[in-house]
Design a protein around this ligand. Sequence first.
Ligand code: FEO
Ligand code: CA
Ligand code: CA
Ligand code: CA
Length: 629
Amino acid sequence: AARRGEAARGLRFAPVAPNTRDAVTVPEGYTHDVLIRWGDPVLPGAPAFDPDRQTGDAQALQFGFNCDYMAVLDLPHGGGHGAHHGERGGPGARGDHRTGDGHRTGGCGGQLLVVNHEYTTEVMMFRGYDEENPTRAQVEVGWAAHGLTVLAAEERRDGGLTALPRHPLNRRVTATTPFEVTGPAAGGALLRTTADPEGRTVLGTLNNCGGGITPWGTVLSGEENFNQYFAHADDVTDPATKERLARYGLTGGASERKWERYDDRFDLAKEPNEANRFGWIVEIDPYDPDSTPRKRTALGRFKHEAAEPRLTRDGRVVLYMGDDEKFDYLYKFVSKERMRRGHGAWVREHNAKLLDEGTLYVARFSGDSPADEIDGSGKLPEDGEFDGRGEWVRLAAGDRSYVPGMTAEEVYVFTRIAADKAGATKMDRPEDVEPSPRNGRVYVALTNNTDRGAAGKAPADEVNPRDGNKHGQVLELSEHRDDPAGTRFAWRLFLVCGDPEDPGTYFAGFPKERVSPISCPDNIAFDPYGNLWLATDGNALGSNDGLFGVAVNGKREGEVRQFLTVPKGAEVCGPVVQEERVLVAVQHPGEVDGASADHPVSQWPDGPGKAVRPSVITVRAKDGGPIGR
Ligand code: FEO
Ligand code: CA
Ligand code: CA
Ligand code: CA
C-alpha cells in the first residue's frame, strides 16, 4: 500500500501480483460481483439456465456465450425507446476529442450495455458433446449464443450494477438475425447468394470481437475470425475464388462446428459468396430495439477488431481499425459527410448514412533508425526509441478504386488483397485501436506475432522490432498537425511488453523495476483521467491474464500497474473504466487444452459441480470511493 499514493491519479491502488489462481483477483480494498453470466435471462420468457437442457429457443432469450467487447451507454429514464438518443456525449463532451466518451460515465442511475459474444466452445457448453456429430439442437444453441446482447442495468448505492432482465431496451442479436448490408459493395455480385439474390440482407453476425461507440449514440462491432464457420473451401473449383478465400483463412474441409450439415450457407462449395457477407463492421442502434442492424461495406472486409471514432475539426468521422492476424494491417476510414447534432428524425437519418461513404486507408510505417540497429531482440536503437513516420495509403473512396487491377467493389470485399497490393506494413496482430479522448493520439495494441522473422516471413522492423514476438507491443500514433483526416503521421512504440527483467522490453522510459509485468496487450480503454488501460489475451509469462492501467503523459508515463487477474484459462475483454467501477468481460474461463464440460479445470464463477460460465463482472472500491484515487 506504500506505493498507492505515488501513482498517477486514477491508478492509485496496490498492484495485484501475477498469479495462476482460479479466481478474479482485485487490489486490496476492492471487491467484485458478477453482473451477468452465460445463460442468464435477458428477454421476457427466458427460462432459468439449465446447461443439461439448453435449447436454441432458450438461448435466444438469454445472455450469449464468450462475452467480449462491451459498450456502455446511458440508460434513458423510464426506458423509453430512443428517448435519450445521442443526448450525452455530443461533440466536445467533457473536453474530449472523441465524443463517445460521455456515454461511458453513467449518472442517470442506469446504464445500457451492448456486449459482443465472440464465439462458442461447444465442448465447454455441453456435457457428452461429440465433436464429430453435433446435434441440430446443439447447433441451434451455438447460433443463438453468438451475436450481441443489449442489456439494461441499474446503478446501486454501493457502486455495483444490477442487471435488469426484461427491460424494454434489452435485445439479443444472433447468428440468424437479419442485417441490412449498406455502402458501396451492397447489392453487388460478390455479396449475392441463393437465399439473397439481392445481396442486401444477411442473416446474423459472427465472431464479434472488438467495437466502438459512435458520437451519434450507436455501437459498432467487428466480425473477426469468421472463417472458422465455413466448410469445404477445398471443394471450390474456381482458382480465383479459392485464392481469395485462402487470403481470409478460408481453407480445408469440414468446419469445426459442422454447421454446414444444418444450413447450406456454411458450405462454400454450395455458397461461395456467403463468407463474403461476414468480416464487416456492424452498426446497431441500441436505443431502438426494433431497428435492423447494418453491415457497413465502406469500412472494408477483414478480421475486424475495434472501430473507434474521432471527429475531424469540421465534424467528419474517422474510424481506426485493426485486422487481427499475424502480418496484417492497420486501417482508417474518413467519412465524406459531417456528423450532425441534435435529436430530430432527419438528423438521425443523416448520421445513419455517415459510415456508407468515405475514404478507406491502410497504414505504411517507416522507422527513423538505420535498419542494422534493429536486430530482432528488442534492443533499443541508438536514438533511444522505436519510432518514425508513416502514411495513410488510400485504397478506395466511394465508387473509386485506387488499387490498380481492382474495382472499388473488390477493394471493399477483398480489402486484405488491396492492402497487400498497396504495400502496407505487415504488423504484429493489430487488435484494439483507440484514439485517446485527452491527447488525440491513437493507441494500437499489437498482441504478439511468434512468426515474426521466421523463414519466409517478414523480419523484424522498427515498428515490429522483435523476432518470435511472444509478448506484443503498444504503438502510439500522432496524426500530422493533430488532423485525423490527414495522410501523414508520426509514431513511436509506447510499450514493448514482457517481463521487465527481459532487456528486450520498454515502458516509455519508466524505470523497469517499478512496473507490473505485462504480456499480450489486446483490448484497450481510457479512464476518466486519460490513463490507458490494457487487457491481455494469452499472457506468455505463465500467469493468468489481467487488466493493467498506465499513464500516457507526465512523470509517471509508462508505469504499468496491474489492477486485476482473471481465472485460469480466461482472457480479459471489454474493459470499461468508469469513475466508480470497472467492468470486465471474463471470456472463456477454464478453456485450456483437454478441458471440457465433463472435465472442467475451472470452478468459476459458481463453484464446484456448476457450469463454467463466461460472465461480465464489475469491480468497485469497498468504501464506495472512486477507482484508483
Ligand atoms: Fe477476438 Fe483478436 O481477438
Ligand atoms: Ca528510432
Ligand atoms: Ca480479443
Ligand atoms: Ca477498446
